[in-house]
Write a protein of this length. Structure first.
Length: 338
């Protein structure tokens, strides 16, 4: 019997894997970036995160301070840095955020103020996203930023994907504010950002959904999602799940809008993917989910619940049949040997 036990032990898992691969549909978000670890030893204080528009699966990030004028492109499939962009003529003070606009430009926010909001002005740097991923040096456009109402500490910079307007969320223990930049930033004058809403968080980063209908802002211990109307009004819609992290500093939407990528500081820091559901989903992602659900229901000829039950029953039945078949074959071989 030991030989039979060994045969069954090897055959049953193979049969189970075969049945599962045939009976269980592939995940709908299989092409969406998954969680990854930043492998680059130079990146020890990843403070901002933004999905590339030109290179699927790649995320832009940067260190907090004391690193130099560098922005890194990290491949989420491997966690390795595939390009380092050096910003020529820039001596960064406290870089805290990065965002990619629909214009194909990367915006880097040198907006932190560790002195509690005393610096009279901060800066935003802009450069075109490279067409090819390789180490390069660029001369960015530099924008001077001031706040209506005086200096603020901030770590969150977002570019709206439809309007191209730049927004900043200030960081305050009692809750920050959402500040809107001019319709078009000026590289020669001062760009005054005006407060348009309150954000009840000690914000460490923020991100717009790819369709521009959701704004998500995170802190060290929680996140908030807001609906975004065409006139720029924000309304709270819920609190997305937030993973436990050592020092949660960044957040970015996946390009399909179905999930958030949360980053943290530290060597070999982990970027964690968290799926969104219900009201947290951007409008376009919610519409796709509804169409997919309707298509599944029509295919099953019943409601989504019934279809799910049928799939489960199919899997259970197939597994039972496979196990029985393996057992019979094993017994036959045993008796033939006798």
């Amino acid at each position: 019997m030991p030989s039979l036990a060994r045969g069954l032990g090897a055959a049953v898992p193979a049969a189970v894997a075969l049945v599962l691969s045939a009976a269980v549909p592939a995940a709908a978000d299989a092409g969406s970036p998954q969680s990854f670890t930043i492998e680059d030893a130079r990146i020890t204080e990843s403070s901002g995160l933004a999905a590339s528009r030109a290179h699927p699966g790649v995320f832009w990030t940067h260190n907090d301070s004391d690193d130099g004028p560098y922005v890194y492109a990290v491949d989420s499939a491997t966690g390795r840095t595939v390009a380092t962009v050096t910003l020529k003529g820039i001596d960064p003070r406290d870089v805290e955020a990065v965002s990619v606009g629909s214009d194909g430009q990367v915006y880097v926010g040198d907006i932190g103020d560790n002195l509690g909001g005393t610096w009279p002005e901060v800066w935003i740097y802009r450069f075109p996203e490279p067409k090819k991923l390789k180490d390069t040096t660029v001369t960015p456009i530099r924008y001077t930023v001031r706040y209506d109402g005086g200096p603020r500490d901030a770590e969150s910079l977002m570019v709206h994907p439809k309007t191209g307007r730049v927004y900043i969320v200030s960081k305050n223990e009692e809750g920050g504010g959402l500040y809107e930049g001019p319709a078009e930033l000026s590289p020669t004058g001062v760009n005054t950002f005006k407060r348009i809403a309150g954000i009840d968080l000690w914000a460490t980063d923020g991100t717009f959904s790819p369709d521009g209908t959701r704004l998500v802002v995170r802190s060290y211990f929680e996140a908030r999602a807001y609906s975004w109307s065409q006139d720029g009004k924000v309304e709270p819609v819920g609190r997305p799940s937030l993973p436990m992290q050592r020092q949660g500093e960044s957040v970015a939407f996946t390009p399909d809008g179905t999930a958030l990528m949360y980053g943290t500081e530290g060597a070999r820091s982990r970027v964690t993917r968290v799926a969104l559901h219900g009201k947290m989903l951007p409008a376009s992602a919610a519409e796709r989910a509804e169409r997919d659900k309707d298509g599944t229901d029509r295919k099953n000829g019943d409601g989504g619940g019934a279809g799910s039950d049928q799939d489960r029953n199919l899997v259970v039945g197939a597994l039972t049949f496979a196990a029985a078949a393996v057992l019979v074959l094993g017994l036959r071989r045993l008796f033939r040997r006798r």
